[in-house]
Design a protein around this ligand. Structure first.
Ligand code: NAP
Ligand code: SF4
Length: 584
């Protein structure tokens, strides 16, 4: 049993009880009222009074079954816009019975759930309640009501108050990489100051140092982490043993965890493809140790080299640049993208391995032939595509890598050719105001009331005056940013739209000259007067070495962008690096 396994390993385990209410993806869904959710096409039916009372008993019954199954406690999910929050907020509760109307009536359902649960499980069984520290939706609770709820839950018998932030339909990002680390600490601290029971801090806590800081500063008594354990299942052990620098840090990209789940795929992790695929990538040595050359120390090459080392192979890693990282060195420049942590992780792993890392060394076919390797893996990456547009060699044309690396600084008027992932990254990089990186700036621009007194904890967003005028363009007529992640793309698009950055779709590029970028848009000629035109028009593979080796009778394996530049990103690169290392 799961519970036995956890107990045998010295842990305790609680079961979360979650009723999705109007977020349910099944027909016949129910809610506090029949008000549909903007993120679910199904309309809920309002529970009758008797059904609400029955649901209270169902929560309690579930907790009793959890106790029987060996759990040490339960967590009642009362945040994120699920059924319990649908009762507490006027946004979703227009009932006229004892469960609707006044705050007292709207809090009746969660309080009855807690009391009924306590009555069934007894005093020596933990009841966590995950309450909404901030609803972040109109018609949600304000701070005063939230604190009232916290005290009432404590009085009803809750042992620990976990905190959740924002309903799923909130138009404020709460866990994506654009959210500064521990951005919600003040909302948690408010709850802690209102009750005597332990309070848990949550969301965007991804290092042991930060977790410790929150505890030391009295923000919370406990911290909760989820995604960081996908990124590194040894997180706690490494922290405990003073090896925090070896932790593979969650970069809050959501690309392989939540985005996979929303596509009905098994969750995994961008920085750790082994997550949830432990049987596919079993820890252990390969049947025969080989001498392996990996050419290129970007995301794909690093993943391949380190995994091959773990598998017992003797690895030499060649990198033409002076530093490892490849495109990760560009991606880490984008505000919020924490790939410098990924690079720190790989660097530490390399330093503590026997991988021979040769940076600043452009290896050629001759050297690889002389090396007599059993296997050669080419991870030499990509180069930016230079589209065939008259004037492409005009001095005002810059490539995205020149801009993100800081080698070239664009002027005040910028046109971006290409509205894919990198186009959005460059727009974000160029439009983020200098003082705009901190938590307070994030909260202000997303309209979060730092005192929580506004309806749902919201106020009018602060508009930041832009230093540059930026226009993004793409040839396709389809909505831009389609390829961005399901759970982060909406926030990126919203942020740039709020900064007044338009995306022109269905354009055709005519020429670039001293005036700027000439296009046809909706059949009409148009000039985008720009000081600089930045190319974010995709990439092409860099892999000539493979053909050279083939003429010498060496069959090398291509991975990452060197294999297929189209839609290459860190997710595919890291994953393929590991796959190929296992296939050696
Ligand atoms: P991309 O997403 O495929 O975008 C390339 C852009 O260039 C498109 O807008 C495309 O639009 C345009 N383009 C392609 N060929 C062109 C040509 N010959 N002339 C002019 N424009 C051309 O590729 P990317 O931006 O290089 O990103 C690479 C990968 O990394 C993608 O898979 C991307 O999703 C991923 N990535 C994701 C994120 C994120 O999720 N936040 C961030 C960065 C990168 P038209 O063909 O319509 O003009
Ligand atoms: Fe974190 Fe991204 Fe991994 Fe999800 S996929 S656990 S967000 S690093």
């Amino acid at each position: 049993m799961v519970t036995d396994a956890v107990h045998d390993a010295g842990g305790l385990i609680c079961l979360q009880i979650l009723h999705a209410g109007r977020y349910s993806k099944q027909d016949g869904l129910v809610g506090a009222s029949d008000i549909p959710s903007p993120i679910n096409r199904r309309k809920p039916r309002a529970l009758s009074t008797a059904e609400v009372e029955h649901t209270v008993e169902s929560f309690a019954n579930c907790a009793a079954l959890a106790r029987e199954a060996g759990y040490d406690g339960v967590e009642i999910m009362g945040s994120e816009g699920y059924l319990i929050t649908q009762f507490t907020a006027t946004r979703t509760n227009n009932r006229s019975d004892k469960y609707g109307g006044s705050l007292e009536n709207r809090l009746r359902f969660p309080l009855e759930v807690v009391r009924a649960t306590r009555a069934r499980v007894g005093p020596d069984f933990m009841i966590f309640f995950r309450m909404s520290a901030l609803d972040l939706v109109e018609g949600g609770l304000n701070a005063e009501e939230t604190l009232l709820q916290a005290r009432a839950l404590e009085a009803a018998g809750v042992d620990v108050l976990d905190t959740g932030v924002g309903w799923h339909e909130a138009r404020v990002p709460t866990i994506g990489y654009m959210v500064p680390r521990a951005a919600w600490r003040d909302a948690t601290a408010r709850i802690k100051s209102a009750v005597k029971i332990p309070v848990v801090a949550t969301n965007r806590i991804n290092t042991p140092e930060l977790a410790e800081e929150l505890l030391q500063q009295g923000v919370a008594d406990l911290v909760s982490l989820a995604r960081p354990f996908l990124a590194d299942s040894q997180f706690v052990l490494k922290a405990e043993q003073g090896r925090a620098d070896e932790i593979n840090t969650c970069v809050a990209c959501n690309q392989a965890c939540l985005d996979f789940l929303f596509r009905n795929k098994v969750a995994s992790c961008l920085v750790n493809p082994r997550a949830c695929r432990e049987t596919h990538f079993p820890v252990g040595k390969a049947a025969r140790a080989k001498r392996v050359a990996v050419v290129g120390a970007g995301a794909a090459g690093l993943s391949c080299a380190i995994t091959a080392f773990e598998r017992g192979h003797e690895v030499t890693l060649y990198e033409a640049n002076d530093a490892i990282g490849g495109q990760l060195n560009l991606a880490k420049q984008v505000p919020g993208k924490e790939f410098s942590e990924t690079l720190r992780y790989f660097r530490t792993r390399l330093d503590r391995s026997t991988v021979r890392t040769k940076t600043g060394h452009r290896v050629g076919a001759d050297e690889l032939v002389q090396g007599a390797y059993d296997a050669v893996v080419i991870a030499s990456g990509v180069r930016p595509r230079l589209p065939d547009i008259p004037g492409i060699d005009h001095p005002k044309v810059l490539r995205y890598d020149e801009v993100l690396s800081g080698t070239k600084v664009p002027g005040k008027r910028v046109a971006i050719i290409g509205a894919g992932g990198i186009g959005f990254d460059v727009a974000e990089y160029l439009s983020k105001s200098k003082g705009g990186a901190g938590t307070q700036a994030f909260l202000a621009t997303w309209g979060v009331d730092t005192l929580g007194m506004g309806d749902g904890g919201l106020v009018a967003p602060v508009t930041v005056e832009q230093q540059r005028s930026i226009v993004m363009l793409q040839r396709k007529p389809t909505p831009p940013g389609k390829g961005l992640g399901a759970t982060t793309g909406w926030a990126i698009r919203m942020e740039l739209a709020r900064r007044g950055i338009p995306v022109l779709t269905g354009v055709s590029y005519q020429r670039i000259d001293d005036e700027g970028l000439h296009i046809l848009h909706e059949g009409q000629p148009q000039l985008i007067a720009a000081d600089h035109v930045i190319l974010c028009a995709g990439q092409e593979p860099v892999n000539a070495l493979r053909a050279e080796l083939a003429t010498r009778g060496i069959e090398a394996t291509l991975i990452g962008g060197a294999e297929r530049a189209e839609e290459i990103d860190a997710l595919r690169a890291v994953d393929q690096g590991m796959q190929v290392a296992y296939a050696l």
